[in-house]
Design a protein around this ligand. Structure first.
Ligand code: ISL
Length: 535
């Protein structure tokens, strides 16, 4: 595998609306991100992934774009974004933007034109289907709605949407749509951005026929269809080839063999991907399964392509709460960080993860703002399920878990805003916040900085071959990485009780651990150790 800057990078994800509010309106904004660039740079990361800030009615927090060339008022102005890019570059940070081109907002002028009648220039820019009002063309579901079909009175037809009805899917079969997307991508590259995080990019190709399916709740019919690679290769040729960019595709419904087709270096599509075998499919930590997933992806991808490592983002509950332990918050936050940064692949840090922020359970359903939550909650309650049961069954995985504001200090609203925060601040901001973490040498934040620094100094962390040493062990995750004569051994007790092990190496060089005393053969709950065993 050849050495390249982006393989060595750590990506920091900024969900700007919950990051830092510069003008007191209660919502984070681009100027707020600029104010915190020194903080982001202090982590040692190389790349910022900025969630969508384009003009949008904001039904799905910016993933419903009405103008790809404009900036949402809540976020700021184009001048702010230009300044953000420039100020990031001045600090050696790169910026990638979300590319959301599976769908637009229903307020995009393309859709407004397309829905006018069946003969206009953009009539086939979206996916229209004949049918009878009240009887959708098939039995599919969408991610966010009981049916992916919405009836349009003007056209007297249904249109297709993989997400909410306000997010109609573009018709990628129409070459003019593809060209419009490529033109827009080039425009952003010329503006100075360093790449794209491509939203559900393998959904752009639809099934050849919209036939009924046996299990509508298994949404895999929405993505990864034959022909998707032709689109991505074309996009690569038209936009990406020969440029120093970083591209990561959000690719649901793929296993490792298919995954390789998207990221194999010789195929020239994307550089890396997010798959969902963990975030979507593994409810809570199941270590045996997690190890298998890591092994299968490593075996399939390396050395031809590069994986991504993440356990949370703006869609997925904070990792301490879901995959670690709030009782061992600091220990498990460090363990999960150490694991993600030493497994093969590019590590992503979602804002607040670096201080061990936790998820939240709202006791009242009305406090959840996410369209996915609201639509599903209402559907289930309307179907007769008791509201309390619905609420409690949805709390752990609700996307708003990760969308509460960043906790900067212990002042009102966690220092996020001087106004009324758009979303409830987690009350634990009094103790879990950046300011407190900066003053505590044992904090998760200090640990993350050490972890990220190690990556800069040790190519084994990026390029080392991966070997699982105890794949059958239900509590311990023990693996080695080896590169050019250097071997690292990572020993993790992914468990809330002590475990005795022969994998602990008292005489070896300990590079990092999350307990002060780590010479023993007994591993404490969520203890994590990183040894260098040979060089
Ligand atoms: O949110 C999920 C599960 O809780 C995911 O399955 C998610 O819906 C899916 O991964 C697609 O996510 C992306 O596209 C959506 C947007 O709402 C998400 O925020 C984005 O990350 C539609 O654009």
């Amino acid at each position: 595998m050849n050495r390249t800057w982006w393989k060595e990078a750590v990506v920091y994800q900024v969900y700007w609306r919950s990051f830092n509010d510069s003008n007191g309106d209660g919502m984070g904004d681009l100027r707020g991100v600029i104010e915190k660039l020194d903080y982001i740079a202090s982590l040692g990361v190389e790349v910022i992934w900025l969630n969508p800030c384009y003009t949008s009615p904001d039904i799905d927090n910016g993933y419903d774009i009405a103008d790809y060339y404009g900036i949402m008022e809540k976020a700021g102005t184009m001048a702010d974004l230009d300044q953000l890019i420039e100020s990031a570059h001045a600090r050696g940070l790169k910026i990638i933007l979300d590319l959301v081109v599976n769908h637009t907002s229903n307020q995009h002028h393309w859709f407004e034109e397309s829905r006018r009648d069946q003969t206009n220039d953009k009539s086939d820019w979206y996916i229209w289907h004949d049918g009878e009002k009240g009887t959708p063309p098939n039995n599919w579901r969408s991610y966010f709605a009981p049916s992916p079909w919405t009836w349009d009175e003007g056209r007297q037809q249904y249109y297709f949407h993989s997400f909410a009805s306000e997010q109609p899917d573009l018709n990628w079969e129409q070459p003019a749509v593809r060209q419009a997307v490529y033109t827009m991508m080039r425009w952003w590259i010329d503006r100075g951005i360093d790449g794209f995080r491509m939203d559900v990019i393998n959904l752009i190709k639809k099934r050849a026929a919209f036939d009924d399916v046996e299990d509508p709740f298994d949404l895999s019919y929405l993505g990864n269809q034959p022909g998707v690679h032709e689109f991505l290769q074309e996009m690569h040729q038209e936009v990406l080839a020969g440029k120093e960019l970083f591209t990561v595709g959000e690719i649901p419904f793929v296993g490792p063999e298919d995954g390789l087709l998207y990221v194999s270096e010789e195929r020239q599509e994307l550089q890396t991907l997010f798959h969902f075998e963990v975030a979507d499919d593994m409810e809570e930590m199941d270590l045996l399964r997690y190890k298998q997933i890591q092994k299968r992806w490593y075996d399939a991808l390396y050395p031809k392509g590069v994986a991504s490592q993440f356990l949370n983002n703006h869609d997925h509950t904070r990792q301490v709460t879901r995959f670690g332990s709030e009782c061992y918050r600091v220990e498990s936050a460090k363990l999960l960080g150490l694991m993600l940064h030493t497994l093969p692949g590019i590590p992503y840090v979602y804002q607040g993860e670096e201080i061990g922020m936790t998820g939240i359970r709202f006791s009242d359903a009305s406090l959840y703002q996410d369209v996915a939550f609201r639509n599903r909650y209402e559907e289930r309650v309307a179907a007769g399920e008791p509201s309390g049961t619905v609420l409690s069954s949805m709390q752990l995985r609700a996307r708003d878990n990760s969308r509460t504001p960043m906790q900067w200090d212990d002042s009102r609203a966690g220092g996020f805003t001087t106004g009324a925060p758009w979303m409830t601040v987690n009350p634990n901001y009094k103790t879990i916040n950046v300011q407190a973490a900066e003053q505590d040498p044992q904090s998760v934040l200090v640990f993350y900085r050490e972890l990220i620094q190690l990556r800069k100094e040790h190519p084994v962390m990026v390029y080392g071959v991966y070997r699982d040493l105890a794949i059958q062990d239900p509590y311990l995750y023990v693996y080695e990485r080896e590169f050019e004569g250097v071997t690292w051994r990572i020993v993790l007790n992914v468990h809330d009780e002590q475990v005795e092990t022969t994998f602990a190496l008292p005489n070896e060089q300990l590079l990092l651990s999350n307990y002060e005393e780590s010479a023993s053969k007994i591993l404490q709950p969520y203890e994590a150790r990183l040894y260098q065993t040979s060089r």
